[in-house]
Design a protein around this ligand. Sequence first.
Ligand code: ATP
Ligand code: MG
Length: 336
Amino acid sequence: MGNLQLKSIRKAYGTHEVLKGIDLDVKDGEFVIFVGPSGCGKSTLLRTIAGLEDITSGAIVIDGQDVSITPPAKRGIAMVFQSYALYPHLTVRDNMGLGLKQAGSPKAIIDERVKAASGMLSLDPYLERRPAELSGGQRQRVAIGRAIVREPKLFLFDEPLSNLDAALRVQTRLEIAALHRRLKATMVYVTHDQVEAMTLADKIVVLNAGQIEQVGSPMELYNKPANLFVAGFIGSPQMNFIEGARLGLTEANTIGIRPEHLALSRTEGDWRGIITHVEHLGADTIVYLDTEKAGLITVRLFGEHGFKPDETVFATPDRSRLHRFSPEGKALAETA
Ligand SMILES: Nc1ncnc2c1ncn2[C@@H]1O[C@H](COP(=O)(O)OP(=O)(O)OP(=O)(O)O)[C@@H](O)[C@H]1O
Ligand SMILES: [Mg+2]
């Protein structure tokens, strides 16, 4: 089992409060991802769960047991960091087995678990090598293997893929997804990468300045962001925000529309504007335009398009995809 409950977690360094009352329930087997701007407290929260940092107040409960002051080694948790932190003088096999060896497990058990993890992570050909003889991706897999052999109730990952190049990130991301399906273990994962968050998570937790802004499935956060912060944070390119008054809409202070929910035409449409910049990504074309009614907006078109800077065009929002926000930045219920 691997249920985790965070109850009003607060953490201060001196007078600087970094976590300002975090409440969260993570169910057994769930894949939960923390996202948020740099410095919002993601790593600190993960480290308090692991027991690497004390909490100032609140409670951390794992499978019904309060572990708030339990030492890290006794929490049944394994943590994987961005820096792999492998022992350079030990082989892959010994790096993976070290935790169990230190805990006094019999050699037969260590061998068996290392073999199973190595098979899962395609590390068999490298078991006798040392970390210096591996690529970054292979090292990260060893670090994940070292976590797996301990058979923890809870896996914690702090930006495990951010040292890898783009291709390796995708590959390792798919491996982590497969691993989660296979182990059915509870995973709590911190990332800056939107795609990782959207593709891996059962549940995303959006943090901002030490507080939770919203918790939901990737599609809930995409389709129904609770406030301006989440609306602007989830989705790339970012959602367009337009003052309601500018559009003659009085029911909302701010209107949001995602770049992919705008159509572009050379002949007709709602918002006339001039193209300032075009990005051709192959699969997508991103068009930036300056409109009279809605100001500067971004439009994302599927496929290749011949739009050029200085052209006059018309953008039209998909009305069913408009987001409405109050003056306080809270999402308003659909009115259309
Ligand atoms: N040991 C420490 N002493 C004092 N302040 C700290 C300490 N560790 C972290 N902080 C502060 O706590 C805040 C949260 O840091 P944290 O590392 O949790 O952010 P993060 O969300 O993981 O950011 P990033 O995305 O850059 O990794 C930051 O303002 C940071 O400066
Ligand atoms: Mg961090």
